[in-house]
Design a protein around this ligand. Sequence first.
Ligand SMILES: Cc1cc2nc3c(=O)[nH]c(=O)nc-3n(C[C@H](O)[C@H](O)[C@H](O)COP(=O)(O)OP(=O)(O)OC[C@H]3O[C@@H](n4cnc5c(N)ncnc54)[C@H](O)[C@@H]3O)c2cc1C
Ligand SMILES: Cc1cc2nc3c(=O)[nH]c(=O)nc-3n(C[C@H](O)[C@H](O)[C@H](O)COP(=O)(O)O)c2cc1C
Ligand code: SF4
Length: 655
Amino acid sequence: MNYPHLFEPIKIGGVTVRNRIFAAPIGHPDNLLGKFTDDAIAVFERKAMGGAAVVTHGESSVDCKYGKRFGINLSLDTQQPKRGLAKFADAVRRHGALPSMELLHPGNKSVPNTETIGIGFTAPVVYGPSATVINGIEVQEMPEDIIWEIIEKYAISAKNCQNAGFGMVMVHAGHGWLPNQFMCGRTNRREDQWGGSLENRARFTIEIVDAIHKACGKDFPVEVRISSTEVIDGGYTAEDGAAFAQLLEGHADLINCSVGYGEGLADSYRTMTLTHPCMYREDGVNVKYAGIVKSHMKYTPISAVGALSDPAMMEEIIASGTADIVEVGRGLICDPELPNKARDGREDEITHCMRCFYCFSNGIARGAFWCALNPDTNREIALTKAQTPVVPKKVLIVGGGIGGMRAAITAAENGHEVILCEKGDRLGGHIRCEDKVPFKKHLKEYLDQQEKKILESNIDVRLNTEVTPEYAKEIGADALIAALGARPVKPDLPGIDGANVYGAEEVYVNPDLVKENAVILGAGLVGTELALYLKSLGKNATVIEMAEKMEPGDNALGVMAIQVQFREQGMKINFKTKATRIDEGGVYAETEEGEKYFPADTVIYAVGQKALSDEAMALYDCAGRFYLLGDCMVPNNIADANKMGKTIALDIGRI
Ligand SMILES: Cc1cc2nc3c(=O)[nH]c(=O)nc-3n(C[C@H](O)[C@H](O)[C@H](O)COP(=O)(O)OP(=O)(O)OC[C@H]3O[C@@H](n4cnc5c(N)ncnc54)[C@H](O)[C@@H]3O)c2cc1C
Ligand SMILES: Cc1cc2nc3c(=O)[nH]c(=O)nc-3n(C[C@H](O)[C@H](O)[C@H](O)COP(=O)(O)O)c2cc1C
Ligand code: SF4
């Protein structure tokens, strides 16, 4: 069998599960409405179909009185979500996976009053292990009777989940939630049996686990998610995390080794990029902490999590004894079929998450975890609905970038005759310029996979072919998809045509154009990532930007991750700095302190993209139907081009 360690069944509590790949806890924004929607359930069902052994639903409240984090999120201690819980559990279980629910109490981070956001929930008081003030909210020390009441609520919630068909629960004792607040000396200054020594600080979590076993039976598996280290200066270390885990032996059935305390700390943005490793961190960056915990355990299995999607790496983690299980979060958003593909030996078909944060940012901002590379995520139901039969058509696709490739693959799968024309000498589009950038390696893999799929299909690929209206008319297609992309905007500045000035894409392709020092005009994604790339090559890049901050666009967390990198690398962006002219030695700019000169051997512009819409619209009447997609409509992002490519191709021959 491929990956024999990864696919060896394992017993957790009294239950044997089919392999060692678990779907890490991820919530769904719909559940913040206090109920399950069919859309949300379909996301988790897809992971079960894809072969994960356990599918865990994310943070859900065990205490509707004192423990609300997001307004009216699922209240497991009530009967309110009963029907949805049962539908969720059934959807996962019927595919042979074990449904698990993550139990959350936010403690001192509970929301006291959601009336302001129109939900109308009011907590009588916010309790934490010790009294404090958080963001202006007064937190009271939790009295002993409330501690026991909350422990009981964990048990009631677990029992409700079990009654609904869940086969397992996960107690969230990491990321700064209530059990973690008890564990952490900074937030727990109690002098009673719940504070002081490690044993006392761990007592709350242990009592919760024991209460759940008492309510649900000793064979009912209880996983405990811990932060094996806080990954901040002065926070607790992996050795401390291991000591906590040791105390859980004989109580918990599985210990999940995440990292980070979560929000509320000065360094919380950096922590965020480690709890959910961003693309600038290496694959499996947190596995080493799980290894430290594992080395202290006698018999309780532990799981590693974070930036895992390569089955060979996962196999090695288990074969080497670093962990017993791997948990995968975004890797299964990006490709829920990952476990099946690994088992089948189709690992080269796995779409690896590039850890761009687009899903998470959209979940927060728009209420859906759409994925940049997987256009099917969060559209599971729409995509499986019965469709009208396809009438085969002749389809001409102009542009072999992100959107054009997706459209070509989908149209060909639907039985159309597809001609894909690309004016460059290979498929992939403008973003191919980043092929050598180490932190974009998973994006390159994705482009290579799409390219391979197309070259191995019956799609008629015509490289080095710039489609003109005459060329398109001659083909006589039933439908034409214009996926031409955009071109970089060249700012109108004196000196812009100098021999020392280049567009960002040129420098991505050939970073040696920069000798030692570059000035980059523009602090968007393209410019700031180029600065990070040049820095990794030992070159200095000064970024200047006329706005006063980086725009979050539709990936606020992605921007945050860039800012964290700039801080970690001692780099800065010069905001409110407007370039006025360029000479052979650098850039003049207006700043709040007056004119400033930024010396550089190379000047790079990264000030945005202009849609190739005129060129696209010139093709408007060259085929029966005309479709416009991606950057040639409005310069945007990979997710948008992918989604449009898929959806438009599905429409052809049907609508
Ligand atoms: C340097 C850089 C970094 C980026 N990084 C990110 C990122 O990290 N995340 C993200 O979400 N987005 C990123 N983007 C944006 C993202 O690349 C685009 O939004 C996406 O590629 C748009 O896809 P598309 O299919 O519309 O166009 P493209 O992928 O650009 O493809 C257009 C293709 O059409 C071809 N073409 C043009 N005219 C013709 C013609 N007449 N005939 C034939 N072929 C033609 C072009 O050669 C090109 O290959 C980045 C963009 C750049 C430039
Ligand atoms: C969109 C999203 C939602 C998440 N929701 C939760 C959650 O509800 N509870 C939790 O403990 N972790 C949550 N996580 C963290 C994941 O469980 C996981 O630990 C983290 O993303 C690192 O794993 P990955 O690199 O495989 O994504 C979430 C992560 C993402 C990306
Ligand atoms: S949107 Fe980005 S981070 Fe999220 S799953 Fe897809 S590739 Fe990964």
